[in-house]
Each structure stands twice: as C-alpha cells, then as structure tokens.
Design a protein around this ligand. Sequence first.
Ligand SMILES: [Mn+2]
Length: 357
Amino acid sequence: MKMIIRWFPDSADSIPLEYIRQVPGVSGVATCLMHIPVGETWPLDDINDLRDKIVAVGLEMEVIESVNVHESIKKGIPGRDRYIENYMQSMRNLAQAGVKCLCYNVMPVMDWVRSNLAQVLADGSTTMAYHHETLIRLSPSDLTNSIHGSSGGFWLPGWEEERFPQMEEDIRFYHSLSEEQYWENIAYFIDAIVPVAHECDINLAVHPDDPPWSIFGLPKIITDAQSIRRFLSLNDSNRNGITLCTGSLGASTKNDIPAILREFVSQQRVPFVHLRNIKHTSSDKDFIETAHFSNCGDLDMFEMVLALYESNFDGYIRSDHGRMIWGEQGRPGYGLYDRALGANYLLGLWEAIKKLS
Ligand SMILES: [Mn+2]
C-alpha cells in the first residue's frame, strides 16, 4: 500500500511539493497536467517534465487524477472516435513516463458539486457542504458562478472554464438520452481503452459519481455496489478498475462501504482508494465533509482500513478532501494540514491493524 496526496502543478496549488515530502509516510502525489484542454492528447514531454519536478523532491508520480473524458464520448456523438484515440495516446504517454494508475470519471457535464465550499464549523474551521434543496434551486450557471466565486481564486478540478458556455446545452442534451444509452456510450469507451491499458500496463480506476444521485436530470451511473458490478462487467479485465471513494459513495446512507471495499478489493479491481469521512446533516441527502477521524463523521474509518488490510489491498490510498484549518488559505478541499493529519491517522490505523494481525 502506498499513501499519496493530491497535488496540482503550475501554481494551481497553494502547497509546495517540498511540504508534501515532509508529511511522514507519503510516497508520492496524484496529479495532472492543467494546461491541456479536455479531449486533447497529453504530450509525453510535458508529462516527463512534470514527473521530473516531482521526482526531484523525492516523491513519485505513479497516479494521475484525472484525464477527463471529452463530452462527445459521454454523449456518444460523431467525433468521439478522435477523442478516444487521443485518450489512448495519453494513456500510452503516461505509462511511458512511469504512471501506474489512471483515475478518471464518467460524470456527465460536471464533476463533483457542493452547495458551499467554505461552510464554517463550530471549531472555526471551514469545510465543503452539500445541501440538496439549495443546490437544485440553483440554475447550472448560478452554480458555476457560486463554485467559482467561492473557490478562492483556484480552478477546481472538473470545472474547467472552457466547459461553462456549453453547460446548459449539454444538460438539455442528456434530458433526451436514456440511462441505458448512457451506459452504452460508456461501454464503447471502455471497450476501446481497456486493451490499451493491458498493452501499456496501466490500471484504469473510474471514480464513482459524487453525489451518488442524479442532479439537474443528468444520468449518474456509478453510485452503489450494484452499479459498480455492472461497470466492472463491461470488461472483465482487472485493468478495468475503480477508485473507491468512501466519501462519494458514503453520501448515500444505503451504501455499506466496508462491504463494498471487501467485495471489489478482493477481486483485485481497486487500484486506488480515496479515504475521507462525511457527516449527514439535515437529511439523508445533505452532508458536510469532516475530519478523517471516525468520531467526526458517519463513516467508521477503522472498518474501512480493516476491510482494505484484510482484503490484501496493495494499491494507492490518498486522504481525500480536508477542511481548512489553522488559518490556511488554498484550494477548497485541498489544504495541506487536514489532509496531512488524515494521511497520518490512516497510516496509524494501518500500522496498528498490521501489528495486531
Ligand atoms: Mn474522491
């Protein structure tokens, strides 16, 4: 098992790589190229430059999060094949630069959403919050403005500026597409990329939908154990895996996360895990992101780590979104302090379980 931390290059992160190097037990970063438009090929030289920068401080770049999937592929419209070709070339280039695991997602139009990126908690820290009724009352453009107005000047992953003008039109497109057709479009993409994953020894790790239910009438297809089973059966290769994100799946109170971890880790279909805790607030569809510590949220992190350990997990783990604490200013969810605390808490659980077993 390797513990890593997500990091964004090109001054898009408030945290120097050297600081991440100083977090005990962290071997590398999950990162991405920021300057390549969605759908274009990631050039080998740019990937190598980024890797060299990371390796120079003593960290590894074995996980990429994310190469985003062009909307034409998700829509299944003419032109998608060119973007799929680009995607496959990006995979080859990443593998050549030493990348072992590629996290991506198949959420239509927008990446993860929250209704508040800086909700103040009782202890004075701030966190990201999701309030369903508030969110669905916003128009997509209001939501975009609110995300950008409260992101502290940082670009947010999945909310690339070039996507905004298209958003409302894209949402209307999906209203006339059935969920079954959406599955078919994703299957077409998976059929194309899994053989390339084999060819170049890279593990694909799709991230579940966040939140795990439909908003704005958009199809959400990876939300629970059953839909993960269906996704993995699109191609039975163990190169076709998932990023098991406890916070995303845990937003649905119906999901038994330790059971989900045990099922798919034991099948060797989980190369990457995001571990974070959440706490439901006014209803089952409202939550805040809490500190990782079990007592702070609804998810029992001991049970998560135990499930990973007992299923012989040997992939990558990262502490996921953290709160902003100790006055830190930075990209919402990606401050250093709370994620470093989280990483070391999780490493502590792992060490204790290992020594007691
Ligand atoms: Mn996640």
